[in-house]
Design a protein around this ligand. Structure first.
Ligand SMILES: [Zn+2]
Length: 178
């Protein structure tokens, strides 16, 4: 993935392992996380999902998803990636209920930084969700393009099905504009 493509997925700099300032009031959190399904350290593929998707994951309840800055990165080992791909492409479903939220990579806005900032409002997730959703739709629209990678298709299905389950987007077939 090129740096610009990585940025567009909200993955910029996410291989760094140390705490570092990312922007005003933003610090990098847990990095280089294990497979979110089985905990294996060796991972094969990663995808990015909106922070609200933490609500669908195991152990995701206590995480203040509104304070997450940027997308949440999930990593999968090769074996689990094969299962996730089948689940998405053949069943049109996402694996999030079996993903351990303790094993995801995210940037959490720090409380004391939030207190110092002009506004203590929660991070508005709407813009990121709309962007990830429209990117996912564009990927699925180009599913027959030879340059469309299976990883991107799986990510798109996970993002869209998760946003639908969370009530952020309507299911296909419903005639409601976002
Ligand atoms: Zn695994």
């Amino acid at each position: 993935m090129s740096p610009s493509a990585a940025r567009s997925w909200g993955l910029n700099g996410e291989t760094h392992t140390t705490l570092r300032p990312v922007g005003i009031g933003v610090y990098a959190g847990l990095k280089n996380t294990p497979c979110c399904l089985c905990g294996r350290d060796e991972t094969h593929t990663r995808i990015a999902v909106p922070p609200r998707a933490l609500r669908l994951m195991a152990n995701g309840g206590p995480i203040a998803w509104r304070d997450v800055v940027g997308a949440v990165t999930l990593r999968f080992c090769a074996d689990d990636w094969a299962l996730v791909s089948d689940l998405a492409i053949e069943m049109d479903a996402h694996p999030l209920s079996r993903c351990n939220a303790a094993h995801v990579s995210l940037d959490l806005r720090e409380d004391h930084e939030a207190l110092l900032s002009a506004t203590k409002d929660e991070t508005d997730q709407t813009e990121l969700e709309a962007r990830l959703g429209s990117e996912a739709e564009a990927t699925l629209d180009a599913v027959d393009d030879p340059y469309t990678e299976e990883r991107d298709v799986v990510e798109a299905i996970v993002v869209l099905r998760a946003l639908e389950e969370l009530g952020v987007r309507d299911s296909p077939g419903d005639t409601v504009a976002l």
